[in-house]
Design a protein around this ligand. Structure first.
Ligand code: XIL
Length: 706
């Protein structure tokens, strides 16, 4: 008991851990704060749970703290510093010298005339000394110079390009102000880490400008100890390759890299200067959230890879509500109500074992591809790779992968490619593409009826795929379509009928053989074609027959009318209409047109998923019609629902090991104890998908009609 309680406590502890705990072996996790964040108790609590580094969003900036000569606003900055002191949190100082929110008074004298740079330096030095000294005990690093490099290098014809931002600072001092600011900060606190901080620091041109400047400064002895990459990203970029390359390059110069201002906005701008998307919070389409989650996943993977040089990652603001980008940009891990978004758990609950893994490059076309189509591909480990030609698209997502979607990335030729983050389960998967929010099929593959429409399909070769292989050494039966009129529906219906290879043969001196029939139902969203196409029911039957594992029987696969059932209304589903169609219309049609044995002990009904629900409802109501019952990922029977055990010769229940195998085991035990002929089967390593049901048919078929 105590053991159990300890385990539960540990689990709860593991679940309750914040970002800072999840990343304790990697880097500190910071947040930039406004006044509310450090005064509203619930927000303070959130900060203390999740973060172990803090940056003041505005109140330590030169123009805020020192708006005119001799005037100091310490109060708000002190509040942030005291919050950190009180809670033992490290404070990143932001910032000492910047063209924006700066002490513009430093550039002019009392009469408004420009001052000489010596006067400016004197004022800057006093400012830096005063601020650094005041917070020395709690600030461990400073963004000394912010955003000094140009977004685009500018050159007049015949002149050398200027890599610097053409700010008032630059106009007065050239790049010397950078060196001076670092020197002053170092004088004031020789122990503090001193950062050059900028946005778009992963963009290759700007990256090189930053690199060259820092290198030049270091060679001149300027005490720059770190580079801050702001990280004002968007959901489409930068690419992990660009971030990775920038970190790698910077780490050849400095031993400390901080991601100082991370957010991942929904609109397409990027960087530290932008048009704000102000306005109320609008709901985010799910495909947009998925792209954001994917971007967060990608960039944190890169950050973790570089944990040797990255020692802090700071989010720019606490929640979407606080974001300087406006709440409708939804750029952070906490939503406008301070609740963690899905992106939060993706960032927090990473699995280090998977970080360094890459798929084996032995991809081959999926066996379900249309003739001549290379993509989608699968590799020997079960990874899937999809490629789409959509040069003008803004986003392409494939509905494969463990989070329900894999985001593709576009190359320079307009070709989008994406590989699932991990191997997929073996077997068949339905999928589709979402191109700019529009759901479409992949032109590379054949289509299969699922989700109430024809969807793309991909097959991850299963290790045991031989049992549904199309063999050349054995006789094959036929799957044919029959068309029949349904008086209850007032229209024609179609069903697929599997006939074994020996069907219709005259046995010498005897009549034609008559066969038992299995009525086999598909799941919700599927139709009469699903079992034979993606389920390979016919091939499974052929192979079992050829291997002597079953006696021949007919399989009838009808449309179970399931697609008219709304998903939320499954609880109210009675299968009454389908019962009429099946028992009063289709079965008489089959018995009249095929060589069947028209009696209960030669008739079975089984179904997968929603077809299992139909099977259960109909077999229990029409015990006179079916002698063998099978539920494949389709629920269970309870002894008290059935009554007399002699009215059924087999109850087969199955599911995938990734579904709810305990439920099957429990039900089978109870049924057996109550005297019912029950058999259970769990398909190893599969979920609510067709490999589970192919295997279930293989296991169930030999038990029928014995
Ligand atoms: C932003 C603040 O978040 C806003 O509240 C303010 O109005 C403007 O500045 N790069 C930086 C940060 O280094 O200081 C900026 O912060 C965002 C861009």
């Amino acid at each position: 008991m105590i053991g159990v309680m300890l385990t539960l406590a540990c689990l709860a502890g593991a679940r309750a851990q914040g970002l800072k705990d999840a990343y304790k072996d990697y880097f500190t996790i910071g947040v930039s704060v406004n006044n509310f964040n450090v005064t509203v108790p619930a927000q303070m609590e959130l900060i203390l749970r999740e973060f172990n580094s803090i940056t003041a969003e505005n109140v330590m900036k030169p123009g805020e703290i020192h708006p005119s000569e001799g005037v100091w606003n310490w109060e708000a900055a002190d509040r942030v510093a005291d919050f950190c002191r009180k809670n033992g949190i490290r404070l990143r100082g932001h910032c000492l010298c910047w063209h924006s929110q700066f002490c513009d008074w430093m550039f002019t004298d009392q009469k408004g005339r420009p001052v000489k740079k010596e006067v400016f330096y004197q004022r800057l030095r006093e400012h830096i000394h005063a601020v650094v000294n005041r917070y020395k005990d709690v600030v461990y690093c400073w963004d000394v110079v912010n955003e000094a490099m140009a977004d685009q290098a500018f050159a007049l014809p015949g002149q050398e390009a200027i890599p610097y931002r053409n700010s008032r600072l630059y106009q007065l001092c050239g790049d010397e102000f950078i060196a001076k600011a670092f020197e002053y900060a170092h004088e004031a606190d020789p122990d503090a880490l001193l950062f050059y901080n900028d946005y778009n620091a992963a963009q290759p041109d700007k990256r090189d400008r930053i690199y060259n400047m820092v290198k030049k400064m270091q060679e001149a002895g300027v005490p720059i100890s770190g580079i801050g990459m702001q990280g004002h990203y968007n959901i489409y970029g930068p690419s992990e390759e660009d971030i990775d390359a920038a970190i790698t390059l910077y780490s050849s110069l400095v031993r400390h890299i901080h991601i100082t201002e991370l957010d991942v906005r929904l609109n397409t701008e990027m960087g530290g200067q932008l048009q704000f998307s102000r306005g109320a919070s609008q709901p985010v389409p799910s495909y947009i959230s998925l792209i954001q989650e994917d971007q967060y996943n990608r960039i944190f993977k890169v950050f973790r890879k570089h944990a040797d040089v990255i020692d802090n990652v700071t989010f720019w603001n606490l929640s979407d509500r606080d974001s300087w980008l406006g709440v409708d940009n939804h750029p952070l891990l906490f939503d406008e109500n301070y609740k963690p978004k899905r992106a939060y758990s993706i960032v927090r609950d990473f699995d280090p074992a998977w970080d360094a893994r890459t798929p084996k490059e032995d991809f081959i076309p999926s066996e379900l591809n249309q003739p001549g189509q290379l993509y989608p591909m699968v590799n020997s480990e079960g990874y899937a790779r999809v490629r789409v030609d959509a040069p003008d698209a803004k986003s392409v997502i494939v509905s494969l992968g463990r989070r329900g979607g894999t985001v593709l990335r576009k190359d320079k030729d307009g070709i989008w490619t994406g590989t699932t983050e991990r191997p997929e389960d073996e077997g068949f998967h339905y999928y589709h593409l979402t191109i700019d929010g529009c759901r479409v099929n992949d032109p590379g593959t054949h289509n299969y009826f699922g989700s109430c429409r024809w969807e793309s399909g991909i097959e991850i070769p299963a290790h045991d795929r031989d049992f549904y292989a199309l063999r050349s050494d054995i006789p094959h039966g036929v799957v044919q379509e029959v068309l029949f009129y349904s008086p209850s529906l007032g229209k024609m219906q179609s069903a697929m009928v599997y006939l074994p290879p020996t069907y219709g043969r005259f046995v010498k001196g005897k009549q034609q053989e008559r066969f038992p029939v299995l009525y086999l139902q598909h799941g919700w969203g599927e139709n009469q074609t699903s079992w034979s196409r993606q389920g390979h029911a016919g091939l499974i039957m052929d192979n079992l027959l050829a291997d002597g594992k079953i006696k021949p029987f007919i399989v009838v696969m009808a449309y179970g009318l399931t697609n008219d059932v709304q998903f939320g209304k499954i609880g109210e589903f009675t299968a009454q209409e389908f019962e009429t169609l099946l028992v009063d219309e289709l079965i008489p049609f089959i018995d009249a047109n095929f060589l069947t044995r028209p009696e209960k002990w030669s008739r079975a009904m089984a179904g997968l998923s929603m077809g299992g629900m139909e099977t259960k409802l109909i077999t229990l109501r029409r015990t006179d019609v079916f002698g063998y019952w099978g539920l494949l990922s389709g629920g269970v029977y309870a002894p008290e629902e059935i009554g007399d055990p002699s009215q059924v010769r087999l109850i087969f229940e199955s599911c995938g090991s990734k579904e709810f195998p305990e439920g099957i085991d429990k039900s089978i035990t109870a049924l057996k104890e109550a005297g019912y002929p029950a058999v259970g089967y769990i398909s190893e390593g599969t979920a609510h998908e067709f490999l589970t049901w192919r295997r279930s048919l293989r296991e169930m078929a030999p038990l029928l009609f014995r």
